[in-house]
Design a protein. Structure first.
Length: 637
């Protein structure tokens, strides 16, 4: 069987409907329509065995029972990919016919086809985890136009439109809440079971369930660019990036099939030529050997295992962009963390203001207007500390100095805000402030130093636990890189027991540090960088595995990262490692089990102790068990 788990976006709605039906109900009409030839073949077989055995009846039942195999071989011939399990099955059963074993040939083909049905069912059931994610997309939205509410397709809603979401409905698009308040269930997106309270001004993301009261939002993203659409695209396209294990199995199958064909030929021809043994006996043993050698279990269960692992991770709010990244998690040696927004909450507050030759009110007013054009968390906290209205029409010549601060003009005044390095760039000497847990932001107005303010941040509740668990999982080195000052960085590093801390780094200096750490990695080991996706795109792209923390709604995270942790929790990183290792364990179990059983049956066939029945049962049975074992990766661990 051909296992294809890529879902094309343009046909998503059709696939969603199919997926929703898989395993939920049994459709007899569809089953009879799909397998009518197989069922007819079974009836003829039963008639042939209860009457005088007839070559014609057996041939008719054989042709009907194996119709799918013949069609597959025909299509394979056109694409020059003939050497697969269908071809092996065809050769073996035709061989059985040639030596007069009509009943066994038909029975073996029938058993194989029944096994294929079970395999299809098991594979389809594995896709059910992705159906939950696919079903997050809402096809319609209730648009408010004056006093009217009109239900329209989601792709017809424009930026700036106002839509309402009723209790029990999913949010169809991203937006800002402009009326009402409620609790949203974002568990399908983030894996977080706790409801999120939202009120006027809060961001609302597509795919969340409104659980409490009617709310109105103003749309900020279209259907094609909404958070859920981007996530769905990532998960759907994950299949395009194969893991080394999948690539190996593909190459293995191409070499393996011709080899077993040659071996089977030798088994059937050499003994009669060398020792004069009965030819039909060794030909039969060769066909049994051929059937037992089918690599179905490996060819199907390996890619399915990776797919199930990606689906299981998605259920926990971990979006992995490809099987290659899921596999690479097993090789992580060094984990590099950004600080702000990754290990800390990134929700800064202005804790102290120290103006110089200026009033406190005037100081915070100038500071807020200067920082108002920046989306950095520190800038946001300064703006929030100002109670007045931001007069954007009076702001001009805004410039952000990477890793240092900002420069801007407000109401004719030249404002410079940032760290001591930016102050020195403007030939201003600042006092040495001993702030061990706060960030110091200095301000210059028209070339004069006007004082500083302190910005405080807090560690995330799970940061220390995540660091401890990463070490327990075998991560050899943990490093923190930050643009913050050395004292704050060292304090955070000490609290979290991080061995290496590098502070006051510009974005390009972070890349340089990662380059240095990459050069120190042992062979076949990986470096993972974890950032908040706001200003870490260069480092996320350079690391072996880039992980965006709390990536929901962040374009930079979605684009640059290889893995996106939708839940803003460092422990999700540990869960990603667990999922990778669980998937690896299951795949190794499949490989050992499948090869072991096949070697035993192939060995028995050489001594005449195995029949075609046993060979096909071993092939189909092992495949079904391997598939069922692979889909265990969907479950949480």
């Amino acid at each position: 069987m051909d296992f294809n788990y890529h879902i094309h976006s343009k046909k998503r709605s059709t696939h969603v409907q199919k997926i929703k039906n898989w395993g939920l109900r049994f459709d007899w009409k569809s089953f009879l329509k799909k397998y009518k030839l197989l069922l007819l073949g079974i009836i003829i077989t039963l008639f042939a065995t209860t009457s005088q055995p007839s070559f014609t009846l057996y041939l008719a039942s054989y042709l009907l029972v194996g119709n799918k195999v013949y069609l597959t071989i025909f299509h394979n011939l056109r694409s020059k990919k003939i050497l697969d399990e269908n071809f092996l099955m065809f050769i073996a059963t035709v061989g059985a016919f040639s030596i007069g074993d009509y009943y066994e040939a038909v029975s073996v083909m029938l058993l194989y086809q029944i096994g294929e049905i079970f395999q299809d069912y098991a594979v389809d059931r594995s896709r059910q985890s992705i159906s939950d994610l696919l079903d997050l997309r809402v096809d319609v939205a209730h648009v408010v136009t004056g006093n009217l509410i009109k239900t329209v397709p989601g792709d017809q809603v424009n930026l700036g439109d106002q839509i309402i979401i009723k209790p029990g409905e999913r949010t169809p698009l991203d937006g800002i809440l402009i009326e009402g308040e409620s609790y949203l269930d974002a568990s399908a997106l983030t894996g977080e079971s706790m409801l999120q309270f939202v009120s006027v001004g809060n961001a609302v993301f597509a795919g969340c369930i409104n659980t409490f009261a009617l709310i109105k939002i103003q749309v900020t993203e279209t259907a094609s660019t909404s958070t859920i659409s981007r996530i769905l695209e990532l998960v759907e396209n994950a299949a395009a990036k194969k893991a080394q294990g999948e690539k190996f199995i593909t190459k293995f199958a191409k070499i393996y099939t011709p080899v077993v064909l040659i071996l089977a030929l030798l088994i059937g021809v050499l003994p009669p030529l060398v020792s004069g043994a009965e030819g039909s006996v060794w030909i039969y043993r060769a066909f049994v050997f051929l059937l037992a050698s089918c690599p179905c279990a490996l060819v199907i269960s390996i890619p399915l295992g990776f797919f199930a692992g990606i689906g299981g991770a998605a259920k926990q709010g971990i979006v992995i962009k490809g099987a290659n990244y899921l596999e690479a998690l097993n090789q992580v040696h060094t984990v590099v963390f950004d600080k702000t927004g990754t290990l800390t909450k990134g929700k800064f507050t202005v804790s102290q203001i120290h103006p110089l030759n200026i009033s406190e009110d005037e100081f915070i007013k100038l500071a807020a207007h200067g920082e108002s054009q920046s989306n950095h968390p520190i800038a946001t906290s300064i703006v929030q500390a100002y109670s007045g209205k931001i007069e954007t029409n009076l702001i001009s010549h805004y410039k952000e100095v990477a890793g240092r601060g900002i420069e801007a003009q407000f109401d004719g005044k030249q404002i410079v805000m940032g760290n001591r390095h930016l102050m020195r760039d403007h030939d201003i000497e600042v006092p040495n402030i001993k702030a061990y847990s706060e960030t110091v932001i200095h301000m210059i107005v028209n070339g004069d130093y006007k004082g500083y303010l302190l910005i405080s941040d807090q560690l995330k509740a799970t940061s220390k636990q995540a660091i401890c668990e990463l070490k327990a999982e075998g991560v050899n080195k943990i490093v923190m890189l930050t643009g913050d000052n050395q004292q704050v960085a060292e304090k955070v590093g000490k609290e979290l027991e991080i061995e290496q801390v590098h502070a006051q780094l510009l974005p390009h200096q972070k890349v340089e540090e990662v380059e240095h750490l990459l050069s120190q990695l042992p062979h076949n080991k990986k470096l993972m960088f974890v950032g908040d996706g706001l200003n870490d795109a260069p480092v996320l792209a350079r690391a072996d595995i880039g992980v965006a923390m709390g990536g929901i709604g962040s374009d930079a995270a979605i684009e640059a990262a290889d893995i996106v942790l939708m839940k803003d929790d460092p422990l999700s990183l540990v869960r990603a490692l667990h999922k990778s290792r669980q998937t690896k364990t299951l795949l190794y179990q499949n490989i050992v089990f499948a090869i072991g059983i096949k070697v035993i049956i192939m060995g028995l066939s050489l001594f005449g102790l195995a029949t075609m029945w046993l060979a096909v049962f071993g092939d189909v049975g092992v495949t079904i068990l391997a598939v069922l074992n692979s889909i265990r990766a969907i479950k949480e661990k």
